[in-house]
Every structure is written in structure tokens, then in C-alpha cells.
Design a protein around this ligand. Structure first.
Ligand code: PMP
Length: 415
């Protein structure tokens, strides 16, 4: 019954009432059309309230104090960890590490696992569609160790070239780090196939789930990847918190990433020993309110149902892609077989920055630029794209408003 009610809520325009920001106006009297969800999602009132309530009622440092507030704060922080682990199918409860987000999680793996395991001549395989945060950390550790970063090329429709990937894999490949969903093209990559190929070559696999965890059911254990990373702020949660999920056995063998309070067992002036997982990787005071807010976001997403959310976003983005494709003067950047939340495009003859600025004048928020994917822009042969990215609270009317704003822009430019 609850599921059906949630589904009805998801399908109705009432869902938008959960998100205070969606009812605001911009540029005077324009109602907001928020199509920049791949950058960050909006937050429902229950998440905002959970963060506020935490600061109003509970605020204390975790795992240290022996008083009521410290115990409550620790309880809420650890409950959030369990919620993240349950949502994403973590292989071990202590293998859910809170970080600042996807970027920090990848840096943690690159520096800790990579620093300990990569040698000169070893190869790290990424892809041409990766976000900079799944490129630069590998370059940094490659410089340190003498390893080499290689990239799987793309097919014309915006899919990974899996045959080329096969050819690039060898006994030198020690790490394969690939996104599950492209933030720029919208492509959903067949990560099960990628993981199987990488494992057959004896490599470790990291899956960048920044764009998949918000809209798709994810089961890290069933996927069988070594590392899975994501950010709360794209999943209706707060900024400044995310996770690294990995089997405990793998994390136990890795050296710490950051040193400081919380991550130690014993400290002398000469040397230190480390706390057990997950604390070994959580140096310093963590983002406790962020964790509490993420926990509330996960409860909210679970209530709506992740499968229902996936279906909703899929319908919205497929409809948007079809209508953009049919629109004169619009060229889509990719035609992937399966799309995540994003559809990106060019308006012929108008720079993407001009497009984003002009549609913003009608209240429509889209992204313009390289979207943190400069190697992909080089592949596309354009320095920038426009991107509309959807969440379950976007409506068909949002796409209509985007199309109207694009028509106005073309008229202004006389193209
Ligand atoms: N990977 C992908 C695919 C992303 O879309 C993003 C965010 N745009 C990131 C990594 C980085 O996430 P964050 O900025 O939250 O660390």
C-alpha cells in the first residue's frame, strides 16, 4: 500500500512540493525549470529538516565524547552508514567509508591502493568519457609510481568501444576505472561486462557511481567490483559527503589515505598504528550533519522506490532526447542504447555558453561547457556542449519550457 502511494506521489505533480526550491522564481517572475541535476540534485524538505534538527538537537562530535549528545550523534552517523551500505549493496558494513564525495573517494583509492600496488610500467585503464575526477587522480599516482594511464576509446554513438577495451587489457593492466553512467553523454555503460573483462585480465575495478547511484538500483556485491564511489549531493543529500564502498578484506590491506585524529589506534612520536575499518580511512571530524542528511535522503528515495525512480527518469530523458532530436537546429552529442539522467546537445551556430545564458533568462537551468570532460570534448571535436539533466521531479512541461527557450534563442541569433 505504501509502495503504491509513493508511486502515485512520484507520478503526480505533488512530488515537486517536497522540494522547496522548485517553487521559487528566478529573474523576476520566471518559474524555475531545474535541468542541472547531474551537477547536483535539489533537496527535499525532509533532508533540509534532518540537517537542521541535527544541529538544533544533537550536535556533538562522533566516536569520542561520553555524553548523551555524542552518543546520539554517533548513533545517527552510523545509522547513515548502514543506510548507504544497504541501498548500494555494500559487501561488508565496515567497508562503507564516508568521504567528501566521489572525487575524494577516487583520490583515496588512487593514492592508497595505487601508491602501494602500482609499479613502473603497470597500466591504469580509464575511458575517454570519464569525468576529470576519474582521470586526474590516476595521473597523479602514475607520476608517483611510473604507471601509465590508458583510455578506452568511444564508438560514434557515444558508447565505449568494448572490443578496443579487450585489446587494451593485458597482464600490465592493474586497475580499470570506469563510470557507470556518463555525466556528459548520458550513456549507461555495461559495467557487468566491463567488470568481467577486467577481472579476467587480473585487474582491480573501480566503478564511478556518481551518476548511477541517484537513479538506478545498484548492488555493489552482485556487481563484484572492487571499489564503488558516489556523492550524496546528486542523490537528494547534502554536499560535502559521499562514499567509497569496497570489501573489508581489500580495504584492510590498504595503507591510510589521510592521517590525523579518529583514524589511529596508538600514537607515539615515532610511529602510529591504525584504527579498524571504516575509521582507518576517516581522519578528522567527519561531515556528521551531511551523513545525517544523506541518511534522510536515502529514506526518502527508498520510500519512492529506486526502481520507480529509474523508470521515471528514463521516461523523462527519453522523451527529452526524442523531442530535442526532432527540434530544428538541435544536434544530440550521442545516441546511447541506454541513457541515464542526461541528454546533451548543440544548438547549431550558437556557442553553448550563449545558449545556457539565454535559456536561463526564461528560468531554465541547464549546463554549458566541457562538463569536467575535456578529453571527451576533444573526441567530440567541440570545446563545449549543452546538457539538460533530469531527476524524478522533472516534468514533461520542463522539457517544453526548454524547447521554447531554445526556439527563442535561435530567433535572437537569427539561425
Ligand atoms: N564522476 C562523475 C561521473 C560525475 O558526474 C561527477 C560530478 N559531476 C564526479 C565524478 C565528481 O563528483 P563530486 O564533484 O561530487 O566529487
Amino acid at each position: 500500500m505504501k509502495g503504491i502511494m509513493s508511486m502515485n506521489r512520484l507520478l503526480s505533480s505533488e512530488i515537486r512540493d517536497d522540494f522547496p526550491v522548485l517553487s521559487r522564481k528566478v529573474h523576476g517572475d520566471c518559474s524555475l525549470v531545474y535541468l542541472d541535476n547531474a551537477a547536483t540534485s535539489q533537496k527535499p524538505a525532509c533532508v533540509i529538516d534532518a540537517v537542521s534538527a541535527y544541529y538544533r538537537r544533537t550536535n556533538a562530535n562522533v566516536h569520542r565524547g561520553m555524553h548523551a549528545l555524542a552518543e546520539e550523534a554517533t548513533g545517527e552517523y552510523e545509522a547513515a552508514r548502514r543506510a548507504v551500505g544497504a541501498l548500494l549493496g555494500a559487501p561488508d558494513p565496515e567497508g562503507v567509508i564516508f568521504t567528501r564525495g566521489t572525487t575524494e573517494s577516487i583520490n583515496l583509492v588512487a593514492q592508497s591502493w595505487g601508491g602501494a600496488n602500482l609499479r613502473a610500467g603497470d597500466e591504469i585503464l580509464i575511458s575517454v568519457m570519464e569525468h576529470h575526477s576519474n582521470i586526474v587522480p590516476w595521473q597523479l599516482v602514475a607520476q608517483r609510481t611510473g604507471a601509465v594511464v590508458k583510455a578506452v576509446p568511444l564508438m560514434p554513438e557515444g558508447e565505449l568501444d568494448l572490443e578496443a577495451m579487450e585489446r587494451l587489457l593485458s597482464e600490465r593492466t592493474k586497475m580499470v576505472s570506469i563510470t557507470q553512467v556518463s555525466n556528459a553523454l548520458g550513456t549507461v555503460n555495461p559495467v557487468d561486462v566491463i567488470i568481467a573483462k577486467a577481472k579476467a585480465a587480473g585487474a582491480k575495478v573501480l566503478i564511478d557511481g556518481a551518476q548511477s547511484a541517484p537513479h538506478m538500483p545498484v548492488d555493489v556485491k552482485a556487481l563484484g567490483c572492487d571499489f564503488f564511489v558516489c556523492s550524496a549531493h546528486k542523490m537528494c543529500g547534502p554536499t560535502g559527503i559521499g562514499a567509497l564502498i569496497a570489501p573489508a578484506g581489500l580495504l584492510e590491506g590498504m595503507p591510510p589515505f589521510l592521517g590525523g585524529g579518529e583514524m589511529i589506534d596508538q600514537v607515539t612520536i615515532e610511529a602510529s598504528s591504525w584504527a579498524d575499518l571504516p575509521y582507518k580511512f576517516e581522519a578528522g571530524t567527519p561531515n556528521i550533519a551531511g551523513a545525517v542528511g544523506w541518511g534522510a535522503a536515502i529514506a526518502y528515495l527508498n520510500d519512492l522506490g529506486i526502481e520507480a525512480i529509474e523508470q521515471r527518469v528514463h521516461e523523462r530523458v527519453e522523451d527529452a532526447a526524442a523531442r530535442l532530436e526532432a527540434e530544428p537546429g538541435v544536434t544530440l552529442t550521442a545516441h546511447p542504447r541506454k541513457r541515464g539522467g542526461a541528454v546533451s546537445f548543440w544548438l547549431d551556430g550558437i556557442h553553448p555558453h550563449d545558449v545556457a545564458q539565454l535559456v536561463d533568462q526564461s528560468g531554465v537551468a541547464i549546463r554549458a561547457g566541457h562538463v569536467c570532460c575535456q578529453p571527451l570534448m576533444k573526441h567530440l571535436g567541440h570545446p563545449a556542449i549543452n546538457r539538460a539533466s533530469y531527476s524524478f521531479y522533472n516534468t514533461e512541461e520542463d522539457t517544453t519550457r526548454l524547447l521554447e527557450a531554445l526556439r527563442t534563442t535561435r530567433k535572437l541569433f537569427g539561425v
